[in-house]
Every structure is written in C-alpha cells, then in structure tokens.
Design a protein around this ligand. Structure first.
Ligand code: HEC
Ligand code: HEC
Length: 298
C-alpha cells in the first residue's frame, strides 16, 4: 500500500540534494533535510588520537577504578607521593634556613638578602598570629599601641633595639630585662600644681603645633626642670629611657592638649609582654626583621 504524495512534501527516503550534490540521511524536519556529509578527516583523526592517548595513559598512570583504589599504572606515579616529596623538599629547605637564623645574630640577618627575605616572610605570618590584635593588621597601631610603620620609635628603631623590645617586652611583670620606665605622677602626687601643668602642657603642645598649644618661658622652664631627663632637650625623646619624642606630632595616646594634660596629671603606661616567654628565639628574630623592615627601621 502506498500513501498518496502530498504536494510540497518529499517522502522520508534518501535522495541526492540537488544544490550540494550530497545524499541526505532521509531525516527531515519542517522541510529541512539532513545532509549525509562524512565527518571531516582532521576531526576523525583527532578523535582516534584522543582514544589512543587515553588508553595509553590508562596503562601507564593510575586510571581505572579498582576496588577502593584505582589501577596503579606501570609508572607507579601518585600525586599524593609527589605532594609529599615536594613538602619534604620545602621542609628540608626551611630547616636549613631556620638553623641559619638560629645561628646568625639578628643584625647580620639583614646583610644576607636571602635569609632576610625568608625571615621577613616568616615574621609577617608570626605577626599576624601574635601581634595584630594590639598593633593592627597593617601594624599601624592605635591609641596606646604604637604604630610600627613610622620612623618614630619609643624604644629605638635599630634591628637590635627592636629585637630587644620584642624579646623582653615593655613593663613586663615577669621579665627582669624588660624595657622599663615610669613617668612620675606630676599632678596626682603634687609635684606640679594645676597652673604649672597647664603651662608645661601648653609648651609641649606648641612643640608639634597641637591646637591650643602655647610656648611660654614658664612652660619651657618647667619642662627643662622636670621633663628633659626622659624626653630630652627640647622634647626630642630619649630612646634608652622610652621617653617618647614630643615634637614629632606622633602620639602614643591622643595628641590633644587635654590628653597631654591628663598624661602629666596621672600618666598612663603601655605594657607588652616579653615575647621570649612565649615564642622561640628564631621567631623573635624573624619578627624583629619583619617589624624593622616595615618602613621605619633605622
Ligand atoms: C621618668 C621619666 C619621665 C619624665 C620625668 C617625664 N616623662 Fe613623660 N613620659 C615618659 C614615658 C616613659 C612615657 C611613655 C608612656 C608609655 O610608653 O606608655 C611618657 C609619655 C609622655 C607623654 C605622652 C606621649 C604620647 O606620645 O602620647 C607626654 C605628653 C609626656 N610624657 C609629657 C611629659 C611632661 C610634660 C613631663 C614633665 C612635666 C614628662 N613627661 C616627664 C617618661 C617621663
Ligand atoms: C597586648 C597588646 C600587645 C601585643 C599583643 C603586642 N604588643 Fe607590641 N606593644 C604594645 C604596647 C602597649 C606597646 C607600647 C609600650 C610603651 O608604651 O612603650 C608596644 C610596643 C611595641 C614595640 C616598640 C615600639 C617602639 O616605638 O619602640 C614593638 C617593636 C612591638 N611592640 C612589637 C610587637 C610585636 C612584634 C608583637 C607580636 C609578637 C607585639 N608587639 C604584640 C602592646 C602589644
């Protein structure tokens, strides 16, 4: 039985397309016919090459799932073993560096670029773990916590001084070698009366242009008689005594006239633990190199 031919519709059988001269597959959708073109040569060969590569690969490298593992492959390669070998190599390299840091005085580490680079990187990560809660992630500090990026150092900015400060802390209660100095309670202990405090505070404020500051001969005299021992002639600071520079507009506490008066009235004192009680000497050296390299090292 043959179905009658509808006008405009070709029956679904193979025939040669009249435009391209290629035979069709016999498939047709809404008048669009599929040509039976062979796959391009290059495509076919690439395809065969991929299959060949995959089979060869699966013979030499771990490939087919097999029980809880996979077929090991003739070369015995394992990414886990490669990773372990890399880690071993890094560890051995690190160990050599760490031994060298342990044996090198901290000031000599800077003279060895490779060692200094290693110590800086290690110091940066130790800083993140131990120091950022007080000195900030960028070591920029905050009220009561000194900025470690600037070149103003309360306790000195040479690598040896920075190392000593970190190792022994500041006003540590347990380390006898800690950085220690206490500013007298000028107001609270009646060493200076309110008028004198106002005058000397005005003088100190004037040294760095703090608002409300006023340099008077009285203020300068009170300063010379009571303050230069720790803050230096003209207030430039004494690092051996941890007396901050009062002329540089960098303040440990807030640098307002009120804060200056408050410090003279009843001083505050920062405390930092002696890190040698908690950290290995190698880590402290690394920290000193890192902090010294932050920009303000002398
Ligand atoms: C015995 C030493 C000593 C004497 C004397 C002394 N100071 Fe100080 N002063 C310090 C120390 C140490 C600090 C830092 C406190 C800290 O580290 O927390 C300080 C801090 C200050 C600060 C705060 C600085 C800042 O960066 O915020 C001011 C202001 C100040 N002193 C003013 C004076 C004035 C004015 C006098 C004299 C009337 C005086 N000091 C006498 C040791 C001294
Ligand atoms: C609990 C808070 C705290 C932590 C944590 C801390 N510090 Fe400090 N650090 C301070 C204070 C407060 C001072 C200022 C002491 C003073 O008043 O003289 C200071 C001072 C310093 C100074 C001296 C700055 C100068 O101008 O001389 C260095 C260097 C320093 N810290 C490094 C470190 C390093 C490195 C670590 C991490 C191992 C660390 N600090 C962790 C509170 C802290």
């Amino acid at each position: 039985m043959s179905t009658p031919k509808k006008p405009g519709k070709t029956p679904p059988d193979k025939h040669v397309d009249e435009f391209s001269g290629v035979s069709t597959t016999g498939h047709e959708w809404d008048g669009i016919k599929e040509l039976n073109n062979p796959l391009p040569r290059w495509w076919l060969w690439t395809f065969y090459a991929c299959i060949a590569f995959a089979l060869t690969y699966s013979v030499f490298y771990p490939a087919w799932p097999f029980g809880s593992k996979a077929t090991p492959g003739l070369l015995g390669y394992s990414s886990r073993a490669e990773f372990a070998a890399t880690m071993d190599a890094v560890q051995t390299g690190n160990q050599a560096m760490l031994t060298q840091i342990a044996q090198t005085p901290v000031s000599d580490i800077l003279a060895d670029p490779e060692l200094a680079r290693f110590a800086t990187a290690a110091g940066a990560s130790a800083f993140k773990v131990n120091c950022t809660q007080c000195h900030g992630t960028g070591a920029a500090g905050g009220p009561g916590y000194p900025n470690l990026n600037d070149d103003s150092w309360i306790w000195g900015g040479t690598i040896d001084e920075v190392y000593t400060t970190i190792a022994h802390g500041v006003r540590s209660l347990t380390d006898p070698d800690t950085r220690y100095n206490i500013m007298p309670n000028f107001g609270a202990d009646g060493l200076l009366d309110t008028a004198a405090i106002n005058q000397v505070a005005g003088y100190v404020a004037s040294l760095s242009g703090v608002k409300g500051g006023q340099s008077t001969p009285e203020g300068a005299t009170i300063f010379a008689e009571n303050c230069v021992a720790c803050h230096g002639e003209g207030g430039v600071g004494v690092v051996e005594l941890g007396g901050p520079d009062l002329t540089d507009a960098i303040w440990l506490y807030d640098g307002s006239l009120e804060a200056i008066k408050a410090q003279i009235q009843k001083p505050r004192h920062g405390m930092m633990q002696a890190w040698s009680e908690k950290l290995d000497d190698v880590v402290i050296k690394e920290l000193a190199v890192y902090v010294h390299g932050l920009g303000g090292g002398q």
